[in-house]
Design a protein around this ligand. Structure first.
Ligand code: 5GP
Ligand code: MG
Length: 184
């Protein structure tokens, strides 16, 4: 008897197998949007997606929001200064005043939480009215930093995934489904 062909993609040197279909992802996105719609009635949140990985999640999430909302992308970039001390990366892109605003950070995936741990203090220092975090994917077993994750699309195991905005060394962001690495 033939078994159905597994949906595999090859990116660089690794193979990935289908893990979450586009329809499962979009239903998780609608679920997060529904919670935000309920929680921000009468408010005008500023959504702050973290580039690059979150661009598709941000786009689909925004289409499901029924509230007045604004959007401002940020990026955490590594830089190599001349001094070895100091912060290894910096936050760019947030060039508007967030004092008194309701901020929702939009992440593609929270893994160790280090990215959020870098972003949150810098935003908190600007006195927003509130900050919450929405992530499409969350790896609870990988979390190291003490960061809040308020809205979660899906919890996943500690395996490397690609697709729906997430890349493996630059490739795979355009895949509509999410794929999990096949161990060698
Ligand atoms: P953190 O460890 O700081 O929570 O996650 C940092 C970033 O690493 C995420 O925003 C994401 O861009 C990337 N990342 C973490 N886990 C994965 C994964 O399984 N696949 C891909 N493609 N990127 C990941
Ligand atoms: Mg990210």
């Amino acid at each position: 008897m033939n078994t159905p062909m597994e949906k595999l993609v090859k990116l660089h040197d690794k193979s990935f197998r289908l893990y979450k279909s586009e329809s499962e992802i979009l239903s998780a996105v609608r679920n997060v949007a529904g919670q935000i719609n309920d929680d921000y009635i009468g408010k005008r949140p500023l959504l702050v997606p973290v580039l690059n990985g979150s661009f598709l999640f941000a786009a689909d999430l925004l289409k499901e929001l029924k509230l007045d909302c604004e959007l401002s992308f940020i990026k955490v970039v590594s830089y190599h200064g001349t001094s070895s001390n100091g912060s290894p990366n910096m936050l760019i892109g947030l060039n508007q005043n967030i004092e008194g605003r309701h901020i929702i950070i939009i992440e593609d995936i929270v893994d160790t939480g280090n990215t959020l741990a870098r972003i949150l203090p810098e935003l908190r220092a600007q006195n927003p009215a509130s900050i919450k975090v929405a992530t499409l994917l969350f790896k609870p077993l990988a979390l190291k930093a003490d960061v809040p994750v308020d809205y979660i699309g899906m919890e996943i195991p500690n395996d490397f995934i690609v697709g729906y905005g997430l890349d493996y060394d630059g490739l795979g962001r355009n895949l509509r489904d999410v794929y999990q690495v096949v161990p060698e």
